[in-house]
Ligand binder design. Structure first.
Ligand code: ADP
Length: 305
C-alpha cells in the first residue's frame, strides 16, 4: 500500500537533521505510530518521482538491525519519508550516560549485522555511519537508518551543512575532489564504524576538540595523523577490534565477517546483555540533564552575574 499525507495525523517534532525535520505521526488507517522525515529539495516532479521509485527498494530491507521503511511521497518540492518510530531516539543523545563495555559490544554487534545485511542481501553501502544514524527503542532494539539507496536523492541534497565532525575514511577525504562515489567502498563504512564505536565509548567525537572548529585541521588529522584508539580501561579485545576498523589503508581494514568473528563480538554473542535496561537508564540520565539545564537557566535569569 502507498502512504500519503491525508492518512497521517501529525505529532511532535522528534529532531532536526541537516536536511530537514523529523516528526512523530500516526498513520490513521493502521493506527501505527511512525516517524516522518521531511527533506526539502528544489527539484522538478520527474526527479522527485525518480527518487520515490529509488526509495521503493527499501521495502525489501527488512532486518532486525534496520529501521523499517513504510513508504515515501512528495508534495511540492519536499520528499516525505515514513519509517518505524524508535522511541528512544538516536544514540548520540544517549551515550553521554556512559556505555559499559558489554553494552558497547552489543550495540556495535547490531550495527555490524545491519551493515553486513545491507551489503550482502541488498548490495547497499551505508555511506553515513555515525551515532546520529543509530536509533534505539525501550525494547532494546538497535537499528540503522539514513543509508544511501537513492543516488538521485544524494545528488539533490543541499550540502549546506557539512557538519563539523567527519566520519569519512581517509581515502574518501582524499578522493572527495575527484569522484567521491567511485572511491567509496564497503571498507570506508568500516572506518566509520570504528570511529562511531570510539565515540560511543568515549562519550565524545574522538578527534581533538581543536579540530571541531576547523574542518581543514580535522580532515588533515584524519588523513595525516595516527588513528585514535580506545584507552586501556577497555579490554584488549575491544581495543584490537577498533584498531582493525581504523586502519588508514582501506585494503588493510577488517571485513564485516572478520569483525563478527573477532573475539570482541564472539564474547558478546555468548553474553546476556539487556539493552532495554541500559536505554531506560540513559533516558533517565538525559531527563536529569535537561532538568539541570533548566534550573541553571532559571538561576541565571533570577541572579544575572
Ligand atoms: P541527521 O540528518 O542529522 O542524520 P535526522 O534528520 O535523520 O538527522 O534525524 C534527526 C533526529 O530525529 C535524530 O537525531 C533523532 O533524534 C530523530 N529521529 C530520526 N528518525 C527517527 C525515528 N525513526 N524515530 C525516532 N526519532 C527519530
Amino acid at each position: 500500500f502507498a502512504i500519503n499525507m491525508d492518512q497521517l495525523q501529525l505529532g511532535e517534532e522528534l529532531g532536526n537533521g541537516a536536511y530537514g525535520t523529523v516528526k512523530r505521526v500516526i498513520h490513521r488507517p493502521t493506527k501505527a505510530t511512525m516517524a516522518m522525515k521531511e527533506i526539502r529539495l528544489e527539484l522538478d516532479d520527474t526527479k522527485l518521482n525518480a527518487i520515490i521509485m529509488e526509495l521503493d527498494i527499501l521495502h525489501r530491507a527488512v532486518h532486525d538491525s534496520i529501521v523499517e521503511f513504510y513508504g515515501a511521497f512528495f508534495i511540492e518540492s519536499c520528499v516525505y519519508y515514513c519509517m518505524e518510530y524508535m522511541d528512544a531516539g538516536s544514540l548520540d543523545k544517549l551515550y553521554g550516560a556512559g556505555v559499559p563495555e558489554p553494552v558497547l559490544g552489543r550495540i556495535v554487534s547490531f550495527m555490524v549485522k545491519g551493515l553486513k545485511f545491507l551489503k550482502d542481501e541488498m548490495q547497499i553501502i551505508h555511506r553515513d555511519v555515525k551515532p546520529t544514524n543509530v536509533l534505539l527503542n525501550k525494547k532494546g532494539d538497535v537499528k540503522l537508518c539514513d543509508f544511501g539507496v537513492s543516488g538521485q536523492l544524494e545528488k539533490s541534497l543541499a550540502k549546506t551543512n557539512i557538519g563539523c565532525q567527519s566520519y569519512m575514511a581517509p581515502e574518501r577525504i582524499k578522493g572527495e575532489s575527484q569522484n567521491a562515489l567511485s572511491t567509496y567502498t564497503v571498507s570506508s563504512d568500516v572506518w566509520s564504524v570504528g570511529l562511531a564505536t570510539l565515540e560511543i565509548a568515549l562519550g565524545k567525537y574522538p578527534y581533538p576538540p581543536e579540530t571541531y572548529l576547523n574542518v581543514f585541521a580535522q580532515l588533515s588529522a584524519i588523513v595525516h595523523g595516527d588513528p585514535p584508539e580506545l584507552p586501556d580501561t577497555y579490554s584488549e579485545h575491544a581495543r584490537d577490534w577498533v584498531n582493525r576498523c581504523l586502519v588508514k589503508r582501506p585494503e588493510g581494514r577488517a571485513s564485516y565477517a572478520e569483525l563478527m568473528n573477532h573475539p570482541f563480538l564472539q564474547e558478546d554473542a555468548r553474553r546476556n546483555v539487556d539493552i532495554g535496561e541500559w536505554v531506560t537508564y540513559a533516558l533517565q540520565w538525559r531527563e536529569e540533564q535537561k532538568q539541570q539545564r533548566r534550573s541553571r537557566q532559571q538561576e541565571e535569569q533570577l541572579h544575572p552575574s
